[in-house]
Design a protein around this ligand. Structure first.
Ligand code: DGL
Length: 274
């Protein structure tokens, strides 16, 4: 019988998954999170499926040592190419971010034209298109890989730079011509440049951040599986723990700027050992 007091494992290739962790903290504040950011091996978005499956398995083995009760794959790329395979290998619930994003976009679109921006691997997998078509046949879906967004976000200092504006304008030019009215931010790093993307796309386009719906899905799942942490378990300091595969300082600084909690308890681990 799974321990209701156990934490939830959340992982991403780097800092992007913190946008999902933030949403989980907002919507289910009683739950504990163990976050892993694979900062030494980011980006995943240009890597092969086999490599991403191998990395995801290593991270899951590590998270299992933390006795997690459920896992959130807070990375679209890993959700796109590794989720179905790793799910069959685990006896705890595992959710990704893609179905949640697709569902939200399907209910948001008015003209039935949805755009997706994501990493190359996610776009090439075609997963978003398949899920959207299964949910609502007749919706047209157009994808665009934006590989430079991830290093720009990870770097941090270029978030408000004209260089990032210029890159965003070039990437999104084609999507604007497609007259989509809904755009899925299909990479967990992209909500960190949401206002820039919104400015480039214009007010007519609804931006969908799958993090919100993912947190709702997790909440419902914990409830169904009777895995919710007991009310009043307390939100003491140090409730959440953070692990990275590279130096902790930059991660900590960034995480402190977007999360509503202390990130002092961040440790570096050698993920290759798992
Ligand atoms: N943040 C990840 C995603 O949602 C991957 C970014 C990357 O490592 O390329 O796809």
């Amino acid at each position: 019988m799974a321990d209701r007091e156990a934490p939830i494992g959340v992982f991403d290739s780097g800092i992007g998954g913190l946008t999902v962790a933030r949403e989980i903290m907002r919507q289910i504040p009683n739950e504990r999170i163990v976050y892993f950011g694979d900062t030494a091996r980011v980006p995943y978005g240009s890597k092969s499926r086999d490599t991403i499956v191998k990395y995801s398995r290593q991270i899951i083995r590590f998270l299992m040592t933390q006795k997690v009760k459920a896992i959130v794959v807070a990375c679209n790329t890993a959700s796109a190419v590794a989720l179905e395979e790793i799910r069959t290998e685990l006896d705890i619930p595992v959710i990704g971010v893609i179905k949640a994003g697709a569902r939200t976009a399907v209910s948001a679109t008015r003209n039935k034209k949805i755009g997706i921006i994501a990493t190359e691997t996610t776009i090439n997998s075609g997963v978003y298109t398949h899920v959207i078509e299964a949910l609502s046949p007749g919706i047209s879906v157009v994808g665009k890989a934006c590989p430079l967004f991830v290093p720009l976000v990870e770097e941090g200092t270029f978030l408000k730079d004209p260089i990032t504006e210029e890159i965003a304008s070039r990437y999104l030019e084609g999507l604007k011509k497609e007259q989509i009215d809904t755009l899925i931010l299909g990479c967990t790093h992209y909500p960190l440049i949401r206002s820039l993307i919104g400015r480039v796309m214009g007010a007519y386009v609804t931006l969908v951040n799958p993090a919100y719906e993912t947190a709702l899905e997790l909440k419902a799942l914990l409830f169904e599986e009777k895995l919710c942490r007991a009310e009043g378990s307390g939100l003491q300091e140090g409730l959440h723990t953070f692990y990275v595969s590279d130096a902790t300082e930059k991660f900590q600084q960034f995480a402190e700027s977007i999360l509503p909690c202390s990130v002092r308890n961040t440790s570096q681990i050698n993920i290759e050992e798992y």
